[in-house]
Design a protein around this ligand. Structure first.
Ligand code: SAM
Length: 354
Protein backbone atom coordinates (compact mmCIF):
# COMPACT_ATOMS: atom_id res chain seq x y z
CA UNK A 1 0.00 0.00 0.00
CA UNK A 2 1.56 3.39 -0.95
CA UNK A 3 1.85 6.35 1.44
CA UNK A 4 -1.58 7.88 1.89
CA UNK A 5 -1.83 11.20 0.04
CA UNK A 6 -4.60 13.48 1.25
CA UNK A 7 -5.85 16.67 -0.33
CA UNK A 8 -4.93 19.84 1.56
CA UNK A 9 -7.40 20.17 4.44
CA UNK A 10 -6.55 23.86 4.97
CA UNK A 11 -10.14 25.02 4.31
CA UNK A 12 -11.19 23.14 7.45
CA UNK A 13 -8.51 24.57 9.73
CA UNK A 14 -8.93 28.07 8.25
CA UNK A 15 -12.69 28.20 8.91
CA UNK A 16 -12.27 26.64 12.34
CA UNK A 17 -9.76 29.33 13.34
CA UNK A 18 -11.53 32.23 11.63
CA UNK A 19 -13.47 33.22 14.76
CA UNK A 20 -10.22 34.52 16.24
CA UNK A 21 -10.04 37.27 13.59
CA UNK A 22 -13.50 38.47 14.61
CA UNK A 23 -12.62 38.47 18.29
CA UNK A 24 -9.36 40.34 17.70
CA UNK A 25 -10.96 42.95 15.44
CA UNK A 26 -13.91 43.73 17.70
CA UNK A 27 -11.73 43.74 20.83
CA UNK A 28 -9.26 46.07 19.09
CA UNK A 29 -12.00 48.51 18.08
CA UNK A 30 -14.09 48.53 21.24
CA UNK A 31 -12.00 47.38 24.18
CA UNK A 32 -8.46 48.50 23.28
CA UNK A 33 -9.22 51.56 21.13
CA UNK A 34 -6.42 50.68 18.71
CA UNK A 35 -8.01 52.62 15.86
CA UNK A 36 -8.49 55.83 17.87
CA UNK A 37 -4.83 55.71 18.90
CA UNK A 38 -3.87 55.69 15.21
CA UNK A 39 -6.52 58.23 14.13
CA UNK A 40 -4.06 61.14 14.46
CA UNK A 41 -1.24 59.51 12.52
CA UNK A 42 1.13 56.54 12.26
CA UNK A 43 3.01 55.20 15.28
CA UNK A 44 5.93 52.85 15.68
CA UNK A 45 4.73 49.47 16.89
CA UNK A 46 6.62 49.91 20.18
CA UNK A 47 4.91 53.27 20.82
CA UNK A 48 1.46 51.89 20.02
CA UNK A 49 2.19 48.86 22.19
CA UNK A 50 3.25 51.13 25.08
CA UNK A 51 0.16 53.34 24.73
CA UNK A 52 -2.07 50.26 24.81
CA UNK A 53 -0.11 48.70 27.68
CA UNK A 54 0.39 45.44 25.76
CA UNK A 55 3.23 43.02 26.41
CA UNK A 56 5.22 41.60 23.50
CA UNK A 57 3.29 38.37 22.97
CA UNK A 58 -0.19 39.92 22.64
CA UNK A 59 1.24 42.73 20.51
CA UNK A 60 2.79 40.16 18.17
CA UNK A 61 -0.57 38.40 17.93
CA UNK A 62 -2.77 41.48 17.48
CA UNK A 63 -0.85 43.77 15.09
CA UNK A 64 0.10 41.13 12.49
CA UNK A 65 -3.57 40.04 12.54
CA UNK A 66 -4.93 43.56 11.98
CA UNK A 67 -2.45 43.96 9.09
CA UNK A 68 -3.50 40.61 7.62
CA UNK A 69 -7.15 41.74 7.80
CA UNK A 70 -6.24 44.86 5.81
CA UNK A 71 -7.07 47.27 8.66
CA UNK A 72 -3.48 48.35 9.46
CA UNK A 73 -0.31 48.57 7.36
CA UNK A 74 3.29 49.69 7.70
CA UNK A 75 4.20 53.03 6.12
CA UNK A 76 7.55 53.72 4.42
CA UNK A 77 9.08 54.77 7.75
CA UNK A 78 8.10 51.44 9.31
CA UNK A 79 5.27 52.93 11.40
CA UNK A 80 1.84 51.32 11.73
CA UNK A 81 -0.97 53.29 10.13
CA UNK A 82 -4.65 52.84 9.35
CA UNK A 83 -5.45 51.56 5.88
CA UNK A 84 -8.18 53.27 3.85
CA UNK A 85 -10.55 50.55 5.14
CA UNK A 86 -9.30 50.76 8.73
CA UNK A 87 -10.01 54.51 8.80
CA UNK A 88 -13.73 53.67 8.81
CA UNK A 89 -13.29 52.12 12.24
CA UNK A 90 -12.53 55.52 13.80
CA UNK A 91 -15.36 57.57 15.31
CA UNK A 92 -14.47 60.70 13.33
CA UNK A 93 -14.74 59.02 9.95
CA UNK A 94 -17.76 59.47 7.70
CA UNK A 95 -19.06 56.90 7.33
CA UNK A 96 -17.89 54.96 10.38
CA UNK A 97 -18.64 51.31 11.09
CA UNK A 98 -17.46 51.59 14.70
CA UNK A 99 -20.93 51.23 16.23
CA UNK A 100 -21.91 48.56 13.73
CA UNK A 101 -18.93 46.44 14.76
CA UNK A 102 -19.88 47.27 18.35
CA UNK A 103 -23.10 45.24 18.07
CA UNK A 104 -20.88 42.27 19.00
CA UNK A 105 -18.72 44.01 21.59
CA UNK A 106 -20.34 42.21 24.54
CA UNK A 107 -19.89 38.76 23.03
CA UNK A 108 -18.17 36.65 25.74
CA UNK A 109 -15.44 35.57 23.32
CA UNK A 110 -14.68 39.19 22.45
CA UNK A 111 -14.57 40.27 26.10
CA UNK A 112 -12.36 37.32 26.98
CA UNK A 113 -10.03 38.11 24.05
CA UNK A 114 -9.70 41.73 25.21
CA UNK A 115 -8.84 40.54 28.74
CA UNK A 116 -6.32 38.02 27.47
CA UNK A 117 -4.63 40.62 25.25
CA UNK A 118 -4.40 43.07 28.16
CA UNK A 119 -3.16 40.39 30.55
CA UNK A 120 -0.94 38.35 28.18
CA UNK A 121 -3.11 35.28 28.78
CA UNK A 122 -6.07 34.32 30.93
CA UNK A 123 -6.40 36.20 34.23
CA UNK A 124 -6.82 32.88 36.00
CA UNK A 125 -4.95 29.92 34.54
CA UNK A 126 -7.07 26.74 34.85
CA UNK A 127 -6.15 24.72 37.96
CA UNK A 128 -5.47 21.80 35.62
CA UNK A 129 -2.78 23.82 33.78
CA UNK A 130 -2.37 24.88 30.14
CA UNK A 131 -3.15 22.65 27.16
CA UNK A 132 -0.16 20.99 25.41
CA UNK A 133 2.26 22.43 27.96
CA UNK A 134 4.15 20.87 30.87
CA UNK A 135 6.31 23.37 32.70
CA UNK A 136 7.81 23.11 36.17
CA UNK A 137 6.11 21.39 39.08
CA UNK A 138 2.59 22.69 38.35
CA UNK A 139 -0.15 20.40 37.00
CA UNK A 140 -0.44 19.79 33.27
CA UNK A 141 -3.33 18.27 31.32
CA UNK A 142 -0.62 16.31 29.48
CA UNK A 143 -0.05 14.37 32.72
CA UNK A 144 -3.73 13.64 33.35
CA UNK A 145 -4.64 10.35 31.63
CA UNK A 146 -8.02 11.48 30.30
CA UNK A 147 -7.00 14.97 29.24
CA UNK A 148 -3.72 13.76 27.70
CA UNK A 149 -5.60 11.15 25.68
CA UNK A 150 -8.19 13.66 24.44
CA UNK A 151 -5.62 16.35 23.58
CA UNK A 152 -3.31 13.85 21.85
CA UNK A 153 -6.09 12.24 19.83
CA UNK A 154 -7.33 15.71 18.85
CA UNK A 155 -4.03 16.14 16.97
CA UNK A 156 -4.02 12.65 15.43
CA UNK A 157 -5.90 13.50 12.22
CA UNK A 158 -3.68 16.51 11.56
CA UNK A 159 -0.54 14.43 12.13
CA UNK A 160 -1.83 11.58 9.93
CA UNK A 161 -2.43 14.06 7.08
CA UNK A 162 0.85 15.90 7.39
CA UNK A 163 3.29 13.16 8.42
CA UNK A 164 3.64 11.48 4.99
CA UNK A 165 4.47 14.86 3.41
CA UNK A 166 6.94 15.78 6.15
CA UNK A 167 8.54 12.33 5.93
CA UNK A 168 9.17 12.87 2.19
CA UNK A 169 10.86 16.23 2.84
CA UNK A 170 13.04 15.19 5.80
CA UNK A 171 16.51 13.87 4.84
CA UNK A 172 16.87 10.22 3.90
CA UNK A 173 19.02 8.78 6.65
CA UNK A 174 20.16 5.55 8.26
CA UNK A 175 20.71 7.23 11.64
CA UNK A 176 18.44 8.46 14.41
CA UNK A 177 15.47 10.83 14.49
CA UNK A 178 14.45 12.46 17.78
CA UNK A 179 10.77 13.36 17.46
CA UNK A 180 10.67 15.89 20.26
CA UNK A 181 7.30 16.35 21.95
CA UNK A 182 6.18 13.90 19.30
CA UNK A 183 2.58 13.42 20.49
CA UNK A 184 1.00 10.64 18.42
CA UNK A 185 4.39 9.68 16.92
CA UNK A 186 3.00 9.63 13.36
CA UNK A 187 5.83 11.82 12.03
CA UNK A 188 8.33 9.20 13.22
CA UNK A 189 6.35 6.21 11.95
CA UNK A 190 5.99 7.63 8.44
CA UNK A 191 9.66 8.67 8.29
CA UNK A 192 10.83 5.22 9.45
CA UNK A 193 8.77 3.66 6.68
CA UNK A 194 10.83 5.65 4.14
CA UNK A 195 14.12 5.02 5.95
CA UNK A 196 14.31 1.27 6.58
CA UNK A 197 17.62 1.31 8.48
CA UNK A 198 16.86 4.30 10.70
CA UNK A 199 15.63 4.44 14.30
CA UNK A 200 13.53 7.03 16.12
CA UNK A 201 12.76 8.20 19.64
CA UNK A 202 9.38 9.73 20.35
CA UNK A 203 9.93 11.96 23.39
CA UNK A 204 6.89 13.23 25.31
CA UNK A 205 5.01 12.96 28.61
CA UNK A 206 4.20 9.40 29.78
CA UNK A 207 0.42 9.70 29.40
CA UNK A 208 0.84 10.96 25.85
CA UNK A 209 3.21 8.12 24.99
CA UNK A 210 0.66 5.56 26.21
CA UNK A 211 -1.63 6.80 23.42
CA UNK A 212 1.25 6.95 20.93
CA UNK A 213 2.06 3.27 21.63
CA UNK A 214 -1.52 2.28 20.78
CA UNK A 215 -1.36 4.28 17.55
CA UNK A 216 1.96 2.60 16.67
CA UNK A 217 0.32 -0.81 17.11
CA UNK A 218 -2.46 0.20 14.73
CA UNK A 219 0.08 1.69 12.28
CA UNK A 220 2.07 -1.56 12.23
CA UNK A 221 -1.09 -3.50 11.37
CA UNK A 222 -2.09 -1.41 8.34
CA UNK A 223 -0.50 -3.89 5.93
CA UNK A 224 1.53 -1.13 4.26
CA UNK A 225 4.88 -2.55 3.05
CA UNK A 226 7.40 -2.30 5.89
CA UNK A 227 4.87 -1.08 8.45
CA UNK A 228 5.11 -4.18 10.63
CA UNK A 229 8.86 -3.63 11.05
CA UNK A 230 8.52 -0.05 12.25
CA UNK A 231 7.66 -1.07 15.82
CA UNK A 232 11.09 -2.44 16.71
CA UNK A 233 12.77 0.76 15.50
CA UNK A 234 10.76 3.12 17.75
CA UNK A 235 11.73 4.00 21.32
CA UNK A 236 9.30 5.88 23.53
CA UNK A 237 11.10 8.09 26.03
CA UNK A 238 9.10 9.95 28.62
CA UNK A 239 10.44 13.03 30.29
CA UNK A 240 10.47 16.80 30.53
CA UNK A 241 12.16 18.35 27.51
CA UNK A 242 12.82 21.52 29.51
CA UNK A 243 14.84 19.84 32.25
CA UNK A 244 15.63 16.18 31.56
CA UNK A 245 18.63 14.81 29.72
CA UNK A 246 17.79 14.34 26.03
CA UNK A 247 19.23 11.63 23.77
CA UNK A 248 21.88 12.41 21.15
CA UNK A 249 20.53 12.37 17.61
CA UNK A 250 21.25 12.94 13.91
CA UNK A 251 17.94 14.61 13.17
CA UNK A 252 15.59 16.39 15.54
CA UNK A 253 12.03 17.18 14.54
CA UNK A 254 10.17 19.93 16.38
CA UNK A 255 6.65 19.67 14.93
CA UNK A 256 4.11 22.17 16.30
CA UNK A 257 6.38 22.52 19.30
CA UNK A 258 7.86 26.02 19.62
CA UNK A 259 4.49 27.68 18.96
CA UNK A 260 3.21 26.46 22.35
CA UNK A 261 5.84 28.51 24.21
CA UNK A 262 6.84 32.14 24.74
CA UNK A 263 10.04 33.35 23.09
CA UNK A 264 12.15 33.07 26.29
CA UNK A 265 11.29 29.36 26.57
CA UNK A 266 11.86 28.83 22.83
CA UNK A 267 15.43 30.09 23.36
CA UNK A 268 16.02 27.55 26.13
CA UNK A 269 14.53 24.74 24.03
CA UNK A 270 16.54 25.65 20.92
CA UNK A 271 19.77 25.59 22.97
CA UNK A 272 18.88 22.21 24.46
CA UNK A 273 17.99 20.75 21.06
CA UNK A 274 21.15 22.10 19.40
CA UNK A 275 23.24 20.56 22.19
CA UNK A 276 22.04 16.98 21.49
CA UNK A 277 22.55 17.13 17.72
CA UNK A 278 25.58 15.19 16.54
CA UNK A 279 28.05 17.13 14.35
CA UNK A 280 26.39 17.61 10.96
CA UNK A 281 22.99 16.89 12.53
CA UNK A 282 19.90 18.88 11.61
CA UNK A 283 17.04 20.46 13.53
CA UNK A 284 13.82 20.58 11.50
CA UNK A 285 10.88 22.80 12.46
CA UNK A 286 7.44 21.97 11.12
CA UNK A 287 5.09 24.82 11.90
CA UNK A 288 2.92 27.62 10.51
CA UNK A 289 5.02 30.72 9.85
CA UNK A 290 4.10 34.40 10.00
CA UNK A 291 5.44 36.55 7.17
CA UNK A 292 8.88 37.91 8.06
CA UNK A 293 7.27 41.35 7.74
CA UNK A 294 4.86 40.34 10.56
CA UNK A 295 1.75 41.35 8.61
CA UNK A 296 0.09 38.02 7.79
CA UNK A 297 -0.85 35.68 6.28
CA UNK A 298 -4.39 35.68 7.64
CA UNK A 299 -4.55 31.89 8.06
CA UNK A 300 -1.49 32.06 10.30
CA UNK A 301 -2.53 35.16 12.26
CA UNK A 302 -5.81 33.36 13.07
CA UNK A 303 -3.81 30.33 14.13
CA UNK A 304 -1.50 32.53 16.19
CA UNK A 305 -4.50 33.92 18.06
CA UNK A 306 -5.74 30.39 18.69
CA UNK A 307 -2.31 29.42 20.06
CA UNK A 308 -2.28 32.60 22.17
CA UNK A 309 -5.68 31.60 23.55
CA UNK A 310 -4.98 27.91 24.21
CA UNK A 311 -1.24 27.68 24.99
CA UNK A 312 1.63 29.86 26.26
CA UNK A 313 2.84 30.64 22.72
CA UNK A 314 1.98 32.18 19.37
CA UNK A 315 3.03 31.76 15.73
CA UNK A 316 6.52 32.98 14.81
CA UNK A 317 8.00 34.04 11.49
CA UNK A 318 10.77 32.13 9.70
CA UNK A 319 13.05 35.08 10.48
CA UNK A 320 12.26 34.78 14.19
CA UNK A 321 13.01 31.04 14.07
CA UNK A 322 16.22 31.56 12.12
CA UNK A 323 17.43 34.09 14.70
CA UNK A 324 16.65 31.54 17.41
CA UNK A 325 18.54 28.77 15.59
CA UNK A 326 21.48 31.08 14.86
CA UNK A 327 21.71 32.02 18.54
CA UNK A 328 21.86 28.31 19.37
CA UNK A 329 24.88 27.93 17.09
CA UNK A 330 23.08 26.31 14.16
CA UNK A 331 23.36 27.37 10.51
CA UNK A 332 19.91 27.79 8.94
CA UNK A 333 19.16 26.83 5.39
CA UNK A 334 17.63 29.79 3.51
CA UNK A 335 15.18 27.33 1.92
CA UNK A 336 11.81 26.28 3.25
CA UNK A 337 9.12 23.85 2.12
CA UNK A 338 5.36 24.21 2.29
CA UNK A 339 3.54 21.11 3.45
CA UNK A 340 -0.24 21.45 3.90
CA UNK A 341 -2.80 23.16 6.17
CA UNK A 342 -0.67 26.34 6.04
CA UNK A 343 2.32 24.58 7.62
CA UNK A 344 5.86 24.43 6.33
CA UNK A 345 9.35 23.21 7.13
CA UNK A 346 12.58 25.04 7.84
CA UNK A 347 15.82 23.55 9.10
CA UNK A 348 19.30 24.28 10.40
CA UNK A 349 22.51 22.29 10.66
CA UNK A 350 25.12 21.84 13.37
CA UNK A 351 28.72 22.35 12.19
CA UNK A 352 30.77 19.26 11.39
CA UNK A 353 33.85 18.73 13.57
CA UNK A 354 37.06 18.78 11.57
C1 SAM B 1 1.07 20.67 20.10
S1 SAM B 1 1.63 19.08 20.61
C2 SAM B 1 2.58 18.57 19.20
C3 SAM B 1 2.62 17.08 19.05
C4 SAM B 1 3.28 16.58 17.75
N1 SAM B 1 4.64 17.06 17.61
C5 SAM B 1 2.45 16.94 16.55
O1 SAM B 1 2.88 17.81 15.75
O2 SAM B 1 1.37 16.38 16.38
C6 SAM B 1 2.85 19.48 21.82
C7 SAM B 1 3.38 18.28 22.57
O3 SAM B 1 4.37 18.75 23.51
C8 SAM B 1 4.33 17.92 24.63
N2 SAM B 1 4.98 18.59 25.76
C9 SAM B 1 4.59 19.72 26.38
N3 SAM B 1 5.44 20.05 27.36
C10 SAM B 1 6.40 19.09 27.39
C11 SAM B 1 7.55 18.88 28.18
N4 SAM B 1 7.91 19.73 29.13
N5 SAM B 1 8.31 17.79 27.92
C12 SAM B 1 7.97 16.92 26.93
N6 SAM B 1 6.88 17.08 26.14
C13 SAM B 1 6.10 18.15 26.36
C14 SAM B 1 2.85 17.69 24.84
O4 SAM B 1 2.61 16.58 25.67
C15 SAM B 1 2.36 17.52 23.40
O5 SAM B 1 2.32 16.18 23.01
Amino acid sequence: MPSPVFSDLAPITRYARAMYSSRLLIAAVHHLDVFEHLAHGPLFLSDLQARLGLRDRPAMVLFPALCAMGMLEYDSAGKLQLTATGTHLTRGSIPTLTDYVGLEKNDPGVIEMAERLQNDGPRKVAVTGTAYVKEGEGPSPMDDPEAARALTLALAGRAQSLAPIVAEKLPKHSGHLLDMAGGTGYFSYEWLLLNPKATATVFDRPQVLAVAAELLDAFCQTGRPGAAGVRERVTFQSGDMLTDELPQTDLLLAASLFHDWPLETCRILADRFAAVLRPGGELWIHDAFLNDTLDGPLAVTDYSAQLFWVTKGRAYSRAEYRALLHNSGLASSPKSFDTQMDYGLIWARKQMLY
